[in-house]
Ligand binder design. Structure first.
Ligand code: ATP
Ligand code: MG
Length: 195
């Protein structure tokens, strides 16, 4: 099986993530894309990142209608900060026969070269860099056989913007899936005063 892996904080998941995954699945003929929400950072970020269970459930809600999209708990269930190496190792252990394609936006791809153990990452998966408005998709120094660069429809959406909009009472309708709008409202996420 050709398996796409879409890692992210997903705080909240938005249509930029979904379009990137869908387009990568189409262009690379992936059989499935598994979304992997990151675990809870245990240092200073802990107060600013929404609890992992909420981010996991919003990801489930957002992907439920697509038969090729699934969600994995490997990072949510592992203690400590999330490293892509651990994500890919855990998925490989669960599905040793799958060929993995790690899908990442241009901003995150720029950091690949600074990741530790980059050689092991190349062993575990192909890397797919997708375009993202406001970020350059540069292929300087990336191994051509391991990294594919894909142009996807431009969705100028970020989770940061969705959180800020919610905090100031602006709508996030159509930036995130309908069920995610309702989930955010139901649990009063991203409010200054969560009561
Ligand atoms: P935040 O603003 O909190 O950093 P984000 O919108 O960047 O959130 P992440 O969860 O950090 O979302 O991103 C997960 C992955 O999705 C990253 O690889 C990121 O580059 C990619 N991504 C996020 N938004 C888009 C978008 N609009 N278009 C393409 N890729 C995106
Ligand atoms: Mg980000």
């Amino acid at each position: 099986m050709r398996l796409g892996v879409m890692g992210g904080t997903f705080d909240p998941i938005h249509h930029g993530h979904l379009v990137a995954a869908s387009e990568a699945a189409h262009l690379l003929e992936l059989d499935e894309v598994v979304f992997v929400p990151t675990g809870q950072p245990y240092r200073k970020d802990v107060s600013t990142v929404t609890p992992a269970e909420h981010r996991y459930l919003m990801t489930v809600v957002a992907t439920a209608s697509n038969p090729r999209f699934t969600v994995s708990r490997v990072d949510v269930d592992r203690d400590g900060p999330t490293y892509t190496r651990d994500t890919l190792r855990d998925l490989r252990d669960q599905r040793p026969d799958d060929e993995m394609f790690f899908i990442t936006g241009a901003d995150a791809l720029a950091q690949i070269l600074s990741w530790e153990g980059v050689e092991e990452l190349w062993e575990l998966a192909h890397f797919v860099g997708v375009t993202r408005p406001g970020h350059l998709l540069s292929d300087d120094g990336l191994p051509q056989d391991k990294v594919s660069l894909l142009e996807v429809p431009a969705m100028a959406i970020s989770s940061t913007d969705c959180r800020q909009r919610t905090a100031s009472g602006e709508p996030v309708w159509y930036l995130v899936p309908d069920g995610v709008v309702q989930y955010i409202g139901k649990y009063h996420l991203y409010r200054e005063d969560p009561s």
